[in-house]
Design a protein around this ligand. Structure first.
Ligand code: ADP
Length: 248
C-alpha cells in the first residue's frame, strides 16, 4: 500500500530576475514500511523535497497524496490536520523544549492535537523501552547526551503512530558511533513497526541503513538504487560510495 505519492513536484524560487528551480519535476511513490534515503550534493533539492512532503513549504506545481488524500484538494486547516496526524518529524538539532522532561517532550504532539495522554501510556512505555530511555524519562534535554536527545525526538515523532516519518539529517549532529545507533533504531522501526521513513542525508553510512536510495541532482531524480533484503550495511555503503564517485 502506498503511504505517500508525489507527482511531478516542482518548487521554483524567484531570486531577483532569475528563477531557481530547487525541485524540477520529482515523482515518488513510497510504500508502507519502506525506508528511503534521499541523497545528493549540496543544493540538489533534498531539503526542499522534504519540506514539501511535510507541508513546511508549498510546491509551485505537482501533487502530493498522503495516506490516500490528495493534499491540494484539502483546505489549509484539513491539510494541517492530515499532516499532524500522519507525519512525524526528526530534525538534525532535535528541537526539544528545554523546560520539559524527556517524557513530556515525547507526549507534546498528543497535547497539541488535543488528545488525552492517558490513552497513550502503553505506547509511551513501549517507545521509552525501544529508544532505551526508560531511566532518563524525567531528565531535561540539557541533562541528556546528543544521542539521547535524538532518541527522545524519535520517540516524540512516533508517539502519534504516524504513517510517515520524515527525517532531515538525523545523524548530522552526532558522532559516528552514536549516529550508527540512531540509524539502527530507525531501521528497526521500519522493520518491526512497519514504519515508513523518508530520510535526507549526505552520509553514505547513514543511507546504508535504508531499503532504497534516491539521488537528487539539480532538482531532479538522477538515480534510484534498491537494496536486496538482508544485504549487509558494509556492502550497501560500498555501493553508495561507488554511485557517488561515478556520479552517474
Ligand atoms: P539541499 O538540501 O540538497 O542542499 P536545497 O533544497 O536546500 O538543497 O536547495 C535547492 C536549491 O534551491 C539550491 O540551489 C538553493 O540555493 C535554492 N534555494 C533553497 N531555498 C531557497 C530560497 N528560500 N530562496 C532561493 N533559493 C533557494
Amino acid at each position: 500500500m502506498s503511504v505517500l505519492t508525489a507527482r511531478n513536484l516542482r518548487r521554483v524560487y524567484d531570486v531577483g530576475k532569475h528563477q531557481v528551480r530547487a525541485l524540477d519535476g520529482v515523482s515518488l511513490d513510497v510504500e508502507e514500511g519502506e525506508f528511503i534515503a534521499v541523497m545528493g550534493p549540496s543544493g540538489s533539492g533534498k531539503s526542499t523535497l522534504l519540506h514539501l512532503l511535510g507541508g513546511l513549504d508549498q510546491p509551485s506545481g505537482g501533487e502530493i497524496e498522503l495516506a490516500g488524500e490528495m493534499v491540494s484538494l484539502l483546505s489549509d486547516h484539513d491539510a494541517t490536520l492530515l499532516r499532524r496526524r500522519n507525519i512525524g518529524f526528526v530534525f538534525q538539532f532535535y528541537n526539544l523544549l528545554p523546560t520539559l522532561s524527556a517524557q513530556e517532550n515525547i507526549l507534546l504532539p498528543l497535547i497539541i492535537d488535543g488528545k488525552k495522554t492517558k490513552a497513550y501510556e502503553e505506547k509511551l512505555e513501549d517507545l521509552l523501552v525501544r529508544v532505551g530511555l526508560t531511566n532518563r524519562r524525567n531528565h531535561r534535554p540539557s541533562e541528556l547526551s546528543g544521542g539521547e536527545q535524538q532518541r527522545v525526538s524519535l520517540a516524540r515523532a512516533l508517539i502519534t503512530e504516524p504513517k510517515l516519518l520524515l527525517a532531515d539529517e538525523p545523524t548530522g549532529n552526532l558522532d559516528s558511533k552514536t549516529g550508527k545507533q540512531v540509524m539502527e533504531l530507525l531501521a528497526e522501526c521500519a522493520k518491526d513497526l512497519h514504519q515508513t521513513i523518508v530520510m535526507v542525508t549526505h552520509d553514505p553510512k547513514a543511507a546504508a541503513h535504508a531499503d532504497r536510495l534516491i539521488f537528487l541532482q539539480d532538482g531532479k531524480i538522477q538515480k534510484e538504487v534498491s537494496f536486496l533484503e538482508g544485504q549487509s550495511i558494509s556492502s550497501k555503503a560500498r555501493i553508495i560510495l561507488d554511485s557517488l564517485e561515478s556520479g552517474e
